[in-house]
Design a protein around this ligand. Structure first.
Ligand SMILES: *Cc1c(COP(=O)(O)O)cnc(C)c1O
Length: 368
């Protein structure tokens, strides 16, 4: 039920009528913390950032003057990222997590305009649309989570603003064909900023480089998944310098702390370690998938990311029965088209074995 401008989503009267209705009416980010021995609910890296690398971060931080502001635009880390990515330094914007960039891009191009994305999608795109844009257009994915090319082209035919696409897609784990993406990105022309969210790109093997040099394409990358630095809050944008400098105005100066910057610097210095760990996750993903497809009553979709989306007969029951067995996963069944679905991160071998054991029991119960 839509709330009236003077009440909260739960219908209470708000004490702050000064707040914009869009802010009052927007739901909170849907996440509740739970503890469990096997934590597979947030698509984090299965293993911690290595202890010897933490020591390197501590060494950097000991030498850093804490009473001084950090680099204004993370210049030192930005240079390292530019080298790693083979990208112009001025085309890199570093932020406390890439989520900040989702909002910054809506700030840059969505206010007074539109936000276009698919449905289901990462919930922050819709939230940015609701909070900041005048018009939110969510185009349903096709069968097997195909990119709805015609629907997107239609949605992009009127107005201007931001288009958000995650490749691989979240939360389905699907990867869309470059030809489909090309048709959509061509249709966006220069009236839309096209955001390619590459949070899971390292796990996919896809090559989207044909889109990178377009002046209106912004790529988002994060240290939260492949890099095992979810706690550091660090992400970045890669775009043409002109678009990047516009976004830089909106993320505010000094927005990344010295602590996060130190962690990022050490991570990038040891990029080979990240690549190695990604390979392990990918081979575990394939091992887990080959077991999931044999389970009764469950359907595991193919994944190009570090998680599996699984359709069960009853997501609430599957979630509870898995948690009873020590395995925490994430429900996705409140998203459009994802009735019965849960999302499960790919963990390390031991965690995956515990999940597979629990999954065998729970799917058998659900098969009845
Ligand atoms: C995890 C995730 C991110 C990363 O967000 P951070 O703020 O960098 O932690 C971005 N996009 C999608 C689709 C994600 O799943």
């Amino acid at each position: 039920m839509p709330a009236s401008p003077s009440s909260t989503p739960t219908g209470e009267k708000t004490a702050l009528p000064a707040l914009r209705p869009a802010v009052q009416e927007s739901p909170d980010y849907p996440f509740t913390h739970h503890d469990a021995p096997v934590k597979l609910d947030q698509n984090e890296a299965p293993d911690d950032f290595p202890a010897e690398l933490k020591e390197e971060v501590f060494d950097l931080l000991r030498a850093e003057p804490w009473h001084r502001y950090p680099d204004m635009h993370a210049e030192r880390l930005r240079a390292e990222i530019a080298r790693l990515e083979g990208w112009a330094e001025l085309g890199v914007v570093v932020t406390p997590g890439s989520n900040v960039l989702i909002h910054a891009l809506a700030d840059a191009a969505g206010i007074g305009g539109a936000v276009v994305t698919v449905s289901p999608a990462f919930s922050l795109y819709g939230l940015a649309g609701k909070l900041l844009a005048e018009d939110l257009r969510q185009v349903p994915l096709g069968p097997d989570f195909a990119l709805p090319v015609a629907g997107l082209i239609e949605a992009l035919s009127v107005g201007s603003g931001v288009l958000y696409l995650a490749e691989p897609h979240a939360p389905t784990g699907a990867l869309h064909a470059n030809a489909d993406l090309r048709a959509v990105i061509d249709a966006a022309g220069d009236r839309w900023v096209v955001v390619l969210d590459e949070a899971y790109a390292q796990f996919s093997g896809a090559d989207l480089s044909e889109f990178y040099s377009r002046p209106n394409v912004a790529r988002l990358k994060t240290f939260s998944k492949a890099w095992a630095l979810g706690g550091a809050r660090l992400g970045y944008l890669l775009a043409a310098p002109e678009l990047a400098s516009a976004v830089r105005k909106l993320v505010l100066p000094f927005n990344v702390s010295s602590f996060a910057l130190a962690a990022g610097q050490v991570a990038v210095k040891h990029a080979g370690l990240m690549t190695e760990r990604v390979q392990n996750v990918v081979s575990e993903r394939e091992r887990v998938h080959s077991r999931l497809v044999d389970l009764p009553a469950w359907h595991a979709y193919p994944s190009f990311a570090n998680f599996h989306l699984i359709r069960t007969p009853d997501a609430a029951q599957a979630w509870r029965l898995l948690l009873d067995r020590g395995v925490l996963v994430r429900r996705q069944d409140s998203l459009p088209g994802l009735a019965g679905c849960i999302r499960v991160s790919v963990g390390n071998r031991e965690d995956n074995d515990r999940f597979l054991q629990a999954a065998a029991e729970v799917s058998a119960i659900q098969a009845g």
